[in-house]
Design a protein. Structure first.
Length: 328
């Protein structure tokens, strides 16, 4: 028999707890489980684009086959890119953003005091060492003469550090910081997946860096939730520099224009069907931009991303498959 004095959790309570665990906006305070707190620091919701980037890279390599070894290789690369190195990135970002989070998201684990600073530092180091270790194992598994995946993991880890940590703290600059973030979420895991099953080349590098310009637009969307804190701490995010409305238009233009540019490249290499599909996938993104984001970016940022992002990431896979088919 339940204690009638203890209220049953509502759907709103459960939703807030879930959002907290995933590292999303609108979380609930009061979590005491150290395991859940550590997971919250790693923001599992952010692992998805990196895992997807590995899938796109494997597709663009043209060398992926549906056998057990390839599946295990891909899964191990996803583990490295998502839970380990993205988890490291998010934890170190929370560590250096604790003053900002105290303003914007005081329920976050560090500003709320739910986890101690030494525990956070230990988590950062463990995730970093584990991620680089898995990268080296993947190089051995793939038989690489040069440990390209390890080099990518080291570069990405360094980029994550200078993105969050002073004195560089790239995120202080709305353009540079968001491009570093966009390329880390699109280009780096794509390169890792491609290198695991094929040979990474400059065409793939350049194309994914162009795709990362669309990722820059997506990264800026995340800045709208922290405008007040950014303004108080002197961070030059695009919403702070240009205002809410102009920054929202910059986002949607970058997201759409650079995807269209990739479609034009696919046409140039005779991948016309893929180019057409990619262009069609831009249409619903524009629709949701108009319905949600441009009308109220502060209120609808999460709703917009949940509605539009699936079409962007599906376009990435279409592009990867087309590049693999063309033997790029």
């Amino acid at each position: 028999m339940s204690d009638s004095s203890t209220p049953e959790p509502t759907n709103t309570d459960r939703s807030a707890k879930t959002r907290q665990l995933l590292g999303m906006k609108g979380a609930a305070p009061g979590e005491t489980s150290i395991g859940k707190i550590r997971l919250q620091l790693m923001k599992p919701i952010t692992w998805i684009p990196l895992i997807w980037g590995v899938v796109c890279g494997a597709a663009s390599s043209g060398g992926y086959t549906w056998d057990l070894e390839s599946v295990l290789k891909a899964a191990t690369c996803m583990l490295m890119s998502g839970p380990l190195l993205a988890g490291y990135t998010q934890t170190i970002n929370d560590f250096y953003d604790r003053d900002l989070d105290a303003i914007n998201e005081p329920y976050r684990p560090i500003p709320s005091g739910a986890i101690s600073i030494p525990q956070v530092v230990a988590q950062i180091l463990i995730l970093l060492v584990a991620g680089i270790g898995v990268a080296y194992l993947l190089d051995l598994w793939a038989g690489h003469e040069f440990p390209i995946i390890t080099a990518l993991a080291l570069f990405g880890s360094f980029l994550s550090y200078i993105y969050s940590a002073p004195p560089l703290k790239l995120k202080k600059n709305g353009w540079l910081g968001n491009y570093a973030l966009g390329s880390s979420y699109i280009a780096l895991p794509w390169w890792a997946g491609h290198a695991l099953f094929g040979t990474l080349n400059w065409t793939i590098v350049v194309l994914t860096l162009i795709y990362s310009m669309a990722g820059l637009g997506i990264a800026v969307v995340n800045d709208f939730k922290s405008v007040e804190g950014d303004r108080q701490l002197g961070l030059k995010s695009l919403p702070v520099m240009f205002g809410i409305t102009t920054a929202a238009w910059i986002c949607v233009i970058m997201i759409n224009v650079f995807q269209a540019g990739i479609a034009l490249y696919l046409i140039s290499i005779q991948q016309n069907l893929a180019a057409t599909i990619l262009l069609l996938l831009i249409i619903p993104q524009i629709t949701f931009q108009d319905m949600y984001f441009l009308r109220d970016p502060l209120e609808n940022d999460v709703k917009y991303q949940a509605s539009a992002q699936p079409f962007l990431v599906l376009g990435m896979l279409v592009t990867g498959l087309a590049l693999g088919h063309a033997g790029i």
